[in-house]
Design a protein around this ligand. Structure first.
Ligand code: NAG
Ligand code: NAG
Ligand code: NAG
Ligand code: NAG
Ligand code: NAG
Ligand code: NAG
Ligand code: NAG
Ligand code: NAG
Ligand code: NAG
Length: 606
């Protein structure tokens, strides 16, 4: 047994070693400075200022801790003979160089930790002779590239941490041979694109964590062939603002985290095929709303986290169809309310984080406060920001008897109820009023005689104050319009009548052109047949300028005008099919001006 000690160690150290040895362990050699436990076959040489791997390690050791030393290099067959070793910790050294086959002979090694060293490169063959390795940690080094076949002999490796390196490139076949790898972490790297090709070698990968990358778009088919992947975590990509709609295609995830990125909306299109998804976390993205009826396809979804976002609203039906839904975490947003209608059924909801939102306590939140003893708020009670009498009170403080008074709403009510009947002539602008009050402030919608809601744009539009404006009234606008004011407590409606006389008119009437109407609205005629054509859009001044500019440049200006006119007429859903242009041919061009009309041509618009 003493023979195993190398000659390098002097008699003194031999003596020291002998003295430092506990009496119980006399039968097991332990290198000087290390602490050994024979019962567990552990050798602990952690933080002993070692500059090289100690000699004379017992061949039957199972665990060797060399972390926190000053090791610089590992030479070939450095650990040869430690065939029983299962765990080797080389973390927190200053290793910058590992020779090929350094770990040769560690047939039973299962855990290898090289965290926090100064490795810049992993030569191919470094990891040969480690057939049973399960877990490899090379994080917090300075590795720049993973070369082809670096890990090829590690058919049993299940977990790898490659985080916190300076990776700029992962070669296409770098992960070749990692048949059993289930979990991969890549944290803070300088990769500028997803290593799609390299990852596609990992047929059994179940969990992938990509943290702190500077990529702004997740391209289509970013994660090809990862059929076993169940958990994908994309964390802290500050510039990620786009998920292409097929970016997650081919994946069958149960957990997806895309947090602390720059997404401004929920990426519905990329998610919809993830029908086995149970956990979705989009926290810390500047997302403003969760739309209604858009997550229906995620049938098995149980948890949705969007904490620390920019949420202003969660629309009715947001979680419709999600029968297993039991946790919503929307802490720290800008929500003023959360209506029961957002959920498929609030009966299944167990946990709700709604704290740190400027909540207006009224009847819309009654369902939450009524469940305040049953719902799990995760230790963070929601509190009211308004109305004044409830400000800053936490939900659990309210007594049952107070609820009807505090969490109250007043039904929407339309204020100006006098009949509105307007008779007008074609071309006029008219306005109907609809002012409503209630608590919470009601929304006002106007329905056309055909019962379709009007928007805030278009010739017929709803103004911010609820008025309906009809610009350039036309005969077909005649009919009854309905104003509906609605809030959580109910709705109210009132109708208004418009009668537009159609009168044949001519263009000298100024009302056609008043108030910039000419630029913003429909041409005066619904069709061109049987009506006076429009006046030419060019006046004499324009023509004089055109002739002095020269014929060619004039033509190009005309072309630009046509493009404008085309898009303008398209956007109004109405196409004027022909346009006639007059021009004064310049004398130099006179010979060319052989048009039948002499200085006039007609173009067809399509
Ligand atoms: C080795 O000892 C250090 C303290 O000296 C301790 O922190 C560390 O956990 C030990 N290593 C093992 C593998 O037990
Ligand atoms: C990687 O990125 C970090 C931070 O952006 C930078 O400091 C470092 O120089 C980069 N390394 C390489 C090799 O590009
Ligand atoms: C995030 O997106 C906003 C606009 O959508 C942009 O102004 C901002 O610069 C982006 N942030 C980063 C870190 O790219
Ligand atoms: C998707 O994953 C679930 C488990 O989360 C599994 O039951 C299902 O069979 C998988 N589907 C496919 C097509 O692989
Ligand atoms: C909600 O999100 C916050 C922020 O991410 C987190 O700290 C908290 O644990 C989450 N709560 C639950 C119940 O998941
Ligand atoms: C609504 O707004 C329009 C213009 O923005 C204004 O002319 C009209 O008087 C307003 N109506 C009411 C009822 O305030
Ligand atoms: C108004 O209320 C009635 C019943 O109270 C309901 O059927 C109708 O859908 C509501 N309309 C709107 C626009 O909310
Ligand atoms: C155009 O209208 C004006 C008055 O509105 C009328 O005096 C004039 O005769 C009309 N011209 C044509 C061509 O109808
Ligand atoms: C133009 O309108 C008249 C009556 O308004 C109609 O008879 C005619 O068919 C319309 N022509 C076209 C091309 O739409």
């Amino acid at each position: 047994m003493f023979m195993e000690l190398s000659g390098q160690q002097g008699v003194l150290s031999l003596l020291l070693w002998y003295l430092s040895f506990s009496t119980a362990d006399l039968t097991w050699p332990c290198p000087q400075m290390c602490v050994c436990r024979q019962d567990t076959l552990e050798i602990n040489c952690s933080s002993k200022h070692l500059t090289s791997v100690p000699e004379g390690l017992p061949g039957n050791a199972k665990q060797l801790d060399l972390s926190g030393n000053r090791l610089k290099t590992l030479s070939r067959r450095q650990f040869y003979g430690l065939s029983k070793l299962e765990e080797l910790d080389l973390g927190d050294n200053i290793i910058s160089m590992i020779e090929v086959e350094a770990f040769q002979g560690l047939k039973n090694l299962r855990f290898l930790r090289l965290k926090r060293n100064r490795l810049k490169i992993l030569p191919v063959g470094v990891f040969s002779g480690l057939p049973n390795l399960r877990s490899l940690d090379v994080s917090e080094n300075e590795i720049l590239v993973f070369l082809d076949y670096t890990f090829q002999e590690m058919g049993n490796l299940m977990e790898m941490n490659a985080g916190e390196n300076d990776l700029v490139f992962i070669s296409h076949r770098a992960f070749f041979g990692l048949r059993s790898l289930q979990e991969l972490n890549v944290d803070r790297s300088n990769l500028s694109s997803i290593p799609t090709e390299a990852l596609s070698q990992l047929q059994n990968l179940a969990k992938l964590r990509l943290r702190r990358l500077t990529i702004n778009v997740l391209p289509n088919n970013a994660f090809r062939h990862l059929h076993q992947l169940r958990t994908l975590q994309i964390l802290q990509w500050p510039s990620l603002d786009t998920l292409n709609s097929n970016s997650l295609i081919g994946l069958n995830l149960s957990t997806l985290v895309i947090s602390s990125c720059n997404l401004s909306s929920v990426p519905y299109a990329s998610l919809r095929h993830l029908v086995y998804l149970r956990y979705l976390d989009l926290s810390y993205n500047p997302i403003r709303s969760i739309q209604g009826n858009s997550l229906e396809e995620l049938l098995r979804l149980q948890e949705f986290h969007l904490a620390g976002g920019n949420l202003l609203s969660i629309e009715p039906g947001a979680f419709k169809g999600l029968v297993y839904f039991r946790l919503l975490n929307v802490s720290s947003n800008r929500l003023t309310t959360l209506e029961e209608s957002a959920f498929h059924s609030v009966g299944n909801l167990q946990t709700l984080r709604l704290d740190r939102n400027p909540l207006t306590c009224d009847c819309r939140l009654l369902w939450v406060v009524r469940r305040r003893l049953r719902l799990n708020f995760d230790g963070r009670q929601p509190a009211c920001s308004g109305p004044a009498l409830a400000r800053r009170r936490e939900f659990r403080e309210f007594l049952e008897v107070e609820l009807p008074a505090v969490f109250a709403c007043r039904q929407a009510r339309i204020l100006n109820r006098q009949p509105q009947d307007i008779k007008t002539e074609e071309g006029a602008n008219v306005r109907f009023e609809c002012r409503a009050d209630g608590h919470p402030a009601p929304s006002v919608t106007w329905l056309t005689p055909e019962q379709t809601p009007l928007s805030s744009t278009g010739r017929l539009r709803v103004l911010v104050n609820g008025s309906l404006e009809v610009r350039y009234a036309q005969a077909q606008d005649t009919g009854s319009y309905l104003c509906v004011a609605a809030n959580a407590a109910g709705n109210d409606s009132i109708s208004a009548h418009l009668l537009v006389h159609s009168v044949p008119r001519n263009y000298t009437t100024p009302s056609f052109f008043d108030e910039g109407w000419f630029e913003t609205s429909l041409p005066p005629f619904s069709n061109s047949s049987g009506r006076v054509p429009r006046p030419y859009p060019f006046d004499a001044k324009t023509l004089i300028i055109a002739t002095t500019m020269g014929f060619l440049s004039f033509l190009s200006s005309v072309a630009i005008c046509f493009v404008f006119m085309f898009f303008w007429s398209q956007s109004k859903g109405q196409i004027k099919h022909t346009a006639t242009i007059d021009f004064v041919p310049r004398t130099s061009m006179g010979g060319g001006g052989d048009g039948a009309d002499g200085g006039r041509f007609t173009m067809k618009l399509i």
